[in-house]
Design a protein around this ligand. Structure first.
Ligand code: SF4
Ligand code: SF4
Length: 195
């Protein structure tokens, strides 16, 4: 009889202490730590939510979030746009009439990015564009909280050219092509005249 009473008391105390520990733990704020931290699961106590946006859980290093383009390192090869399964990258190339310069990895730049837009509303974050890029200038960042009111605001423009500059470069290219064509015709006429 006494044993049964003691057993009941012990069991009740265990249950009560567990309840009390959770009760006090729930008042503690959850500590923000990386998922790779050894204590990540041990420290999963306290409130289950964090105080976003004052607090934010760190993004995993391999996470795929907002795309970014270092346009000065882009050689405008169009590979990223071609491989994109949902066609959310729009690039307009304008060939330069001479070497423009070099990227930070030493690749020669011969094409201007008249337009380089990424529609993140369509992007499915597959990461293929970042894999094919020869200069590694298109990358996934750890930004994930870019809420907007208008869907069109999710189209990001990376070209650093003004419309005037684009027109100027196009005119230069057309002029060069016309000169080449004229020289070619002149050479043909000369050849025919000499024959
Ligand atoms: S991550 Fe995938 S879907 Fe998004 S732009 Fe790159 S290739 Fe396209
Ligand atoms: S693959 Fe890279 S270098 Fe080529 S156009 Fe895209 S971002 Fe630019």
């Amino acid at each position: 009889m006494i044993n049964k009473a003691l057993n009941g008391f012990t069991t009740a105390w265990k249950g009560l202490s567990l309840t009390l520990s959770h009760l006090f733990a729930s008042n503690r704020k959850r500590e923000v730590m990386h998922v790779s931290d050894n204590n990540y699961f041990k420290r999963m106590e306290g409130t289950n939510t964090i105080q976003y946006p004052k607090q934010a859980l760190p993004s995993p290093e391999v996470g795929r979030y907002q795309l970014d383009v270092e346009i000065d390192d882009c050689i405008v090869c169009d590979l990223c746009a071609k491989i994109c399964p949902v066609d959310c990258i729009t690039i307009e190339q304008v060939k330069a009439t001479e070497l423009i310069g070099y990227t930070s990895d030493g690749s020669p730049k011969r094409i201007y990015p008249a337009q380089f837009d990424i529609d993140m509303a369509k992007c499915m974050y597959c990461g293929l564009c970042t894999i094919v890029c020869p200069t590694e200038c298109i990358v996934m960042t750890d930004k994930y909280d870019r809420s907007v009111f208008e869907l069109t605001d999710l189209t990001y423009e990376f070209s650093n050219m003004t419309p005037e500059e684009v027109e100027e470069k196009k005119a230069l290219l057309e002029n060069q092509l016309a000169q080449k064509q004229a020289a070619k015709l002149a050479a043909m006429n000369k050849k025919e005249g000499g024959a």
